[in-house]
Design a binder for this molecule. Structure first.
Ligand code: PRX
Length: 645
C-alpha cells in the first residue's frame, strides 16, 4: 500500500454519524465565517448558569489574551453530573472501573458519582479550601481520581494532577510552583502486579512543601502507612462525615479549572492553565465528533488521569456527554498480552482510544493474544500521543479492528486542551500514519524557519493561526513565559513545537518535535530536565541528552555524560546514573543509553551542537553535516567510535 493510500469512510458509519463529509464542510465554513455564531451554538452542549453573550475575544499578538464565553457562568461538575441526574440518567453507569487484577472491577452510576463528589467537595470546603485555591492530586487510576477532579471543580478549586509515576522531587516542585493548599493521595497504587508507594513518596515530597495544610488519603491497597496527626485524614472518614449534596460554586467561564505541568525545551515543567467554559465546550465537542460518540456506548481511553488525555478523554469529555467511561488501573501486558481485548469483551467496549507505543508492544507479540478475544463490540478506535507508524496503524486496523473500525489518529497537546487534527469517522477518509484534517474551528498552517507561510503540499513548522475554545490561557504564574514559548518564534501565531508535512489532499502528517522535547512512549519530556538531573549527580561534570529512535517507545533517551576530573567511567556508575535519574524524575525518564563523553561537540561560543549528537545517537554517523564550526572537531570522532550500540 502506498504511503498516501486512502481508507474510505465506512458506509455503515457515514449513514448514521452525526457528522458526515457534507455537515463537516458546512461546520468548517461556518466556524470560519461566523465564529461567534458557530461557538455560541456549540456552547449549548454544556450547562450554563448564565449563558454567555460574548463569545470570542482573543489576540495572539502583544500581551496575548485568550477569552472565550467571557460573561458566561457555569460549574464544570454540573455539566458532568447534575444535569444527567435531572435528565433521569442517574442510574446509568458513569464509570466502569477495571482493576489491575483482572478479578477486580466496579461500576459507579451518575447518581453515586454525584454523591461521592459532593461529599469530598464538602470535605475540602470544611478544610478551608476556597474558590481559586490549588489542590494537588497524586492518585492512582481509581474512581477517587475522577471524584477528586470533579470535587475540585465543584468548589472552584484548581486541580493540579501529578502522574503517580513521578518521584517525590517532581511532586514537590509542582506543589511548590502553584502553592497547593491540600494534597489528595492514596496509601498505594497498583500497576502490573506491583505496588506504587504513593503515600511514602508524598511524605517525602511534603518535607519541602509548606503550603500543604492537609492530606486526604484514600485507603486503596490497605497498606500500613504513616498518618501525620493534624495533617493527614482518611478520605473515607472525611467523606462519611459530610452531607451527600453540595452547592456548586458559580464560576466565570474564564476562571481556572486546572493546571497541568508539561515539559518544554528549557527549564522546569510549565503549569499549563486551562479555564472552565472554553475547555468544557472543547472537551464535549471533540469527544462527540472525533469518536462519533452515541448515547449508551461504552467508551475506553487507556490513558492515565495524570496526563491531559486522561483529563479530557477519561473524565471531562465523556462525562459531559453522559457517556459510560472505563477507567483502567492496569497495563496492557498484565497478566498477559491479551488484557486489553479481554477487557474490551468483558465490558463490551464500543470506542477504544490508546497510544502507538501500546499498539507496537502488542503487535510484537503477534496476533495470538488478540484473536483469543472476540472484540466484536468495537466500533471506533483511536490513537494519541506520538506519531503512529503506518505499519502499526495497519496492524491496529486489520488485526484488532478487522477492517471494521475506523482509526482516528488524533493530534493534540496538553496546551490545546483537546484534539485539533483528526479524522472524523463519518466524514474524513483515513490514511495510515496521517492525523488527516483539522477539526471545524481549527486553523493549522505550515511555516518555514522565518515564519513565511508555505502553501500546498509541503513540509514545515506546524502553527495554528487563530484561537479555539480549548486553548490554554497562560502558564500558571508566568504569562511572559507563555508568550515567549508559544508566540515569539513566529509572532502572531501559536507555535506547536511540532513539524509536519502536508500532502496534496491537504492531509497533515506530524513528523515529531522540532525542539528539545522528546516523546518517550507517549510521555513528553524535556531533554533539559534529564540533563539537569544528571548534572545534579556529584560525579557528573556535564551532560547532553537527545532522543534516539526506539522500536517500541518511539523515542528512547540517549545521554552523553562527561565525568568530573578524576572519576572513572564504569558499568557500575552507569547503573548508578540510571537509578539516579529514575529517583530524580521518575521511572518514565529512565535513560536507555549512557555514553561516556570526554568532551561534547560545541561551537566556539560554547553552544552544544545537538544536531550532531542526535545523528550519532540515531547511528546516522554518515550524515553529521558540517562540523567545521566546532571548537574541537576531534570530540566527534571519539563519540562516533564509542557510540552505544
Ligand atoms: O509531538 C506531538 C505529540 O505529542 C506532543 C504533545 O504531548 P502532550 O502535551 O504530552 O500531549 C499528549 C496527548 C495529546 C505533540 O506536540 N503527539 C500527540 N499526538 C500525536 C502526536 N504526534 C503525532 N501524532 C499524534 N496523533
Amino acid at each position: 500500500m502506498s504511503d498516501d493510500a486512502l481508507i474510505a469512510i465506512k458506509p455503515s458509519i457515514a449513514s448514521t454519524a452525526k457528522v458526515t463529509a457534507e455537515t463537516r464542510a458546512a461546520m468548517v465554513a461556518r466556524a470560519k465565517s461566523d465564529p461567534d455564531g458557530f461557538w455560541r451554538d456549540e456552547a449549548k452542549r454544556i450547562a450554563w448558569m448564565k449563558a454567555p453573550t460574548k463569545i470570542k475575544n482573543t489576540s495572539f499578538t502583544g500581551d496575548v489574551s485568550i477569552k472565550w464565553f467571557e460573561d458566561g457562568e457555569l460549574n464544570a461538575s454540573v455539566s458532568c453530573l447534575d444535569r444527567h441526574l435531572e435528565a433521569g440518567r442517574g442510574n446509568q453507569v458513569a464509570i466502569i472501573w477495571e482493576g489491575d487484577d483482572p478479578n477486580s472491577d466496579s461500576k459507579v452510576t451518575y447518581a453515586e458519582l454525584h454523591e461521592q463528589v459532593c461529599r469530598i467537595a464538602n470535605a475540602m470546603r470544611a478544610l478551608g479550601v476556597k474558590k481559586g485555591d490549588r489542590v494537588c492530586i497524586y492518585l492512582p487510576m481509581i474512581v477517587e481520581a475522577a471524584v477528586a477532579m470533579l470535587a475540585c471543580a465543584r468548589i472552584g478549586a484548581v486541580h493540579s494532577i501529578v502522574f503517580g509515576g513521578f518521584s517525590p522531587d517532581s511532586l514537590s516542585s509542582r506543589i511548590q510552583d502553584s502553592e497547593c493548599k491540600i494534597l489528595l493521595t492514596a496509601d498505594e497504587g497498583r500497576r502490573g502486579g506491583r505496588k506504587v508507594p504513593l503515600k511514602v513518596n508524598a511524605d517525602e515530597a511534603l518535607k519541602v512543601c509548606p503550603s500543604i495544610e492537609h492530606v486526604l488519603v484514600v485507603r486503596n491497597t490497605g497498606a500500613d502507612v504513616a498518618m501525620q496527626a493534624g495533617r493527614d485524614i482518611w478520605w473515607h472518614e472525611a467523606a462519611a462525615a459530610q452531607p451527600a449534596t453540595c452547592a456548586p460554586e458559580r464560576m466565570n467561564a474564564e476562571d481556572p479549572l486546572f493546571i497541568l505541568y508539561t515539559s518544554g525545551s528549557t527549564g522546569k515543567p510549565k503549569g499549563v492553565l486551562h479555564t472552565t467554559g472554553g475547555y468544557m465546550v472543547w472537551a464535549s465537542f471533540t469527544h462527540e465528533l472525533v469518536f462519533d460518540y452515541r448515547p449508551g456506548e461504552i467508551y475506553w481511553c487507556t490513558a492515565d488521569v495524570g496526563w491531559v488525555t486522561g483529563h479530557t478523554y477519561i473524565v471531562y469529555g465523556p462525562l459531559a456527554n453522559g457517556a459510560t467511561t472505563l477507567m483502567f488501573e492496569g497495563v496492557p501486558n498484565y497478566p498477559d498480552f491479551g488484557r486489553m481485548w479481554q477487557v474490551v469483551d468483558k465490558h463490551q467496549v464500543n470506542i477504544f482510544y490508546t497510544a502507538p507505543t501500546a499498539i507496537r508492544a502488542l503487535m510484537r507479540e503477534g496476533e495470538g493474544p488478540v484473536k483469543k478475544h472476540s472484540r466484536k463490540s468495537l466500533r471506533v478506535m483511536g490513537s494519541v500521543g506520538e506519531p503512529i507508524n503506518p505499519e502499526a496503524w495497519l496492524w491496529y486496523y486489520r488485526v484488532v479492528g478487522e477492517e471494521r473500525c475506523p482509526i482516528v489518529d488524533t493530534w493534540w497537546q496538553t496546551e490545546t486542551g483537546g484534539i485539533l487534527i483528526s479524522p472524523l469517522p463519518g466524514a474524513v477518509a483515513q490514511k495510515p500514519g496521517s492525523a488527516t484534517l483539522p477539526l471545524p474551528g481549527v486553523q493549522p498552517a505550515l511555516v518555514d524557519g522565518e515564519g513565511k507561510f508555505l502553501e500546498g503540499a509541503t513540509e514545515g513548522n506546524l502553527v495554528i493561526t487563530d484561537s479555539w475554545p480549548g486553548q490554554m490561557r497562560t502558564v500558571y504564574g508566568d504569562h511572559p513565559r507563555f508568550i515567549q514559548t508559544y508566540f515569539s518564534t513566529f509572532p502572531g501565531l501559536y507555535f506547536t513545537g511540532d513539524g509536519a508535512r502536508r500532502d496534496e489532499d491537504g492531509y497533515y502528517w506530524i513528523t515529531g518535535r522540532v525542539d528539545d522535547v522528546i516523546n518517550v512512549a507517549g510521555h513528553r519530556m524535556g531533554t533539559a530536565e534529564v540533563e539537569s538531573a544528571l548534572v545534579a549527580h556529584p560525579k557528573v561534570a556535564e551532560a547532553a541528552v537527545v532522543g534516539m529512535p526506539h522500536e517500541l517507545k518511539g523515542q528512547g533517551i540517549y545521554c552523553y555524560v562527561t565525568l568530573n576530573a578524576g572519576e572513572e567511567p564504569s558499568d557500575a556508575l552507569k547503573k548508578e546514573l540510571v537509578a539516579w535519574v529514575r529517583k530524580e524524575i521518575g521511572p518514565i525518564a529512565t535513560p536507555d543509553a549512557i555514553q561516556w563523553a570526554p568532551g561534547l561537540p560545541k561551537t566556539r561560543s560554547g553552544k552544544i551542537m545537538r544536531r550532531i549528537l542526535r545523528k550519532i545517537a540515531a547511528n546516522e554517523t554518515d550524515q553529521l553535516g558540517d562540523t567545521s564550526t566546532l571548537a574541537d572537531p576531534a570530540v566527534v570522532t571519539d563519540l562516533v567510535e564509542n557510540r552505544v550500540q
